[in-house]
Design a protein around this ligand. Sequence first.
Ligand code: AMP
Length: 399
Amino acid sequence: MNIFVLNSGSSSIKYQLFRWPNERPACSGLVERIGSGQATITHKVFDLQAPDAPPREQHRTLVLPDHEAGLHEVVRLLSGGIIASPAEIDVVGHRVVHGGESFTAATRIDAAVKAEIKRLFGLAPLHNPANYLGIEVAERVFPQARQVAVFDTAFHQTLPEYAFRYALPTALYTEQRIRKYGFHGTSHQYVAARAAAHLGQPDARLITIHLGNGCSMAAVRGGRSLDTSMGFSPLAGLVMGTRSGDLDPSVLLHLLGPLGYTPEQVGTLLNKESGMMGLTGSNDMRDISAALAAGDARAALAYDLYAYRIRQYIGAYAAVLNGLDAIVFTAGVGENDALVRTRVCQHMEFLGLQLDEAKNQARTPGLRDLSGPASRARILVIPTDEELEIARQCAELLA
Ligand code: AMP
């Protein structure tokens, strides 16, 4: 079965093709700057017989007026040896950011599902329209394939009501659906399942820590999400690359009132100009750790603030879980930035966490256990793989 996993953004398409049940992709790629005369495609083909061999890569710059043109270009690249024609794609697995309260698992896409994804545009104006466009384009380019939606919110639909409700007047929930939804669910679900399997403990109490450009944490037990740090939108919780994370809502009122910001300006400030970007001028941890090493005081404060917020959530989620079996670091920063892990794990002996600093500094690929001999709870690094998780969920749904 050929499963094509598609992540359609406002001006980009990310994709991977799986020859299921092989869990390694046969190829992957990224189309960027769609809608411009300077669009780029990076296409990688992997040798499934030689997993360690480097992929064959192609780069092109071209004119791509829209997503449909982009996907046709991808099909042209796939047709150069991977598949003979688009008809060979059996399943398209779409990443969809917001599934509201309607979708708790991967779902076969039909007219009603599309209508519901469209209805949710208001809750996810930055993401769902682009995801929806990807579905419509894929339906035209792969008309014979089964289309499946995998939602970022679905994994967190198991939160108890006292965890997902805000203490606002009830009608704002019942009529306007204002509540915590949580995001990055596919990543939390994937690393939590791998951690539980690694520990041989299906009921393990886990805190999963996804630190990429967006950052979120989840408290997971028995494969169920019990709480998560993002909320009504992906703006809540941890300090992120360019997003503020938690703040007192009165700050918004102060910006909108006395300081004269428009709602659009506040949105831009909180989503694009805050977080590590706001604190240091860069959203990339590699720049910030270089600045820190050079003695930059802003970088030092930013690292402290970033790690402090994660530590606060670890404390909170250990309480939610009534104990802790493992914490799991994942995504760009979580997998690569040893200093963040050191800062997060400092003074956490009361939770049974003891980091082995030599293991923390070692750069070995794959799942890593960084716990020291005295650690009662494990400290794991697990590379996330949202595309593989989407492919798995498609295969399970259609089995
Ligand atoms: P993601 O959203 O998971 O792709 O993560 C992207 C972020 O990971 C980048 O913005 C960087 O801040 C961070 N990152 C990537 N590689 C490294 C690295 N080697 N060391 C520290 N941070 C990294």
